[in-house]
Design a protein. Structure first.
Length: 147
């Protein structure tokens, strides 16, 4: 039985915790509280907790502009990986993306996160693009799978 509790980002506490996980895993693109609020207005953001401790978060970017592509990102803090939390968060995000009309699923992984890249490849994703944000040196990797 999984003791993971998942909360939608909807208040200052969940916003802070989602931001904490995101910024730890994506240190090259840290987000401010305002940027997280803006993202929460257009994406589905959730935080995963063990007790009161945030251990992961998810982002589901819904399909837009008539394209049936959604982006599902599951993040788990390094000290909590290898316990099945990533698979649980990913499955939850994938189900939400399908509810929103996605026919294809994308994800994005920072190149410096080899565990995240292995996870994506093991779940049927294939690399479609690498890019570096202005001022950064570590590439992001976009991956896609057909569903």
């Amino acid at each position: 039985m999984c003791d993971l509790r998942i909360e939608a980002v909807g208040d200052d506490v969940t916003l802070r915790d989602w931001r904490y996980v995101h910024n730890l895993i994506i240190p090259t693109d840290p987000l401010s509280p305002g940027e997280v609020r803006e993202r929460a207005g257009r994406n589905v953001l959730e935080v995963a907790y063990l007790g009161d401790e945030a251990v992961g978060c998810t982002t589901v970017r819904p399909p837009r502009d008539g394209e049936p592509v959604a982006t599902v990102i599951a993040r788990v803090l390094p000290g909590h990986r290898g316990r099945g939390y990533g698979a649980l968060l990913y499955a939850r995000g994938l189900a939400r993306a399908r509810e929103l009309g996605a026919g294809r699923i994308r994800t994005v992984v920072l190149e410096s996160n080899p565990e995240g890249l292995r996870f994506a490849l093991a779940h049927g994703f294939e690399e479609v693009e690498r890019y570096v944000l202005p001022g950064d040196t570590v590439p992001f990797i976009d991956l896609e799978r057909a569903d």
